[in-house]
Design a protein around this ligand. Structure first.
Ligand code: HEC
Length: 104
């Protein structure tokens, strides 16, 4: 849904997060968190910049799900079997993607 510039290098934490993201989140949030038409929003988006959605929001989203409020994709269900460490790595990955796209 959005053009995402992929950073040339990712930190070790973000590389771990990328694998987690691809396994658990990309089915809805799209490859490189660019969103999927009709399914889920891009996380590389101003709405999700750190000052509006802090890292804790990622943990809450994964553990409890999200009631639709920004988009019309419907609710996000809780992600089964995801750990706090998984989400922290995934968040580091999304933040590095965001920064590479001027979202900070
Ligand atoms: C079944 C589809 C689906 C999966 C899988 C999914 N999401 Fe979501 N997610 C959504 C949708 C849809 C929304 C948008 C809700 C709205 O309208 O605000 C969302 C919103 C979010 C938000 C914003 C929360 C807020 O407070 O507004 C975050 C952060 C997020 N997702 C992270 C993740 C992460 C991390 C994963 C993987 C661990 C993941 N999502 C997996 C569908 C999904």
């Amino acid at each position: 849904m959005v053009e995402v510039q992929v950073p040339e290098t990712l930190s070790g934490q973000a590389q771990i997060g990328q694998r987690g993201f691809e396994g658990l989140c990309a089915q809805c949030h799209g490859e490189n968190a660019a969103g999927r038409q009709g399914i889920g929003p891009p996380l590389v988006h101003r709405i999700y910049e750190p000052s509006h959605h802090a890292d804790a929001a990622f943990l809450l989203a994964a553990q409890n799900g999200v009631r639709a409020h920004h988009w019309n994709f419907g609710n996000m269900p809780p992600v089964e079997g995801v750990t706090r460490a998984d989400v922290m790595a995934i968040t580091a990955y999304v933040r590095e993607l965001q920064r590479a796209n001027g979202i900070d």
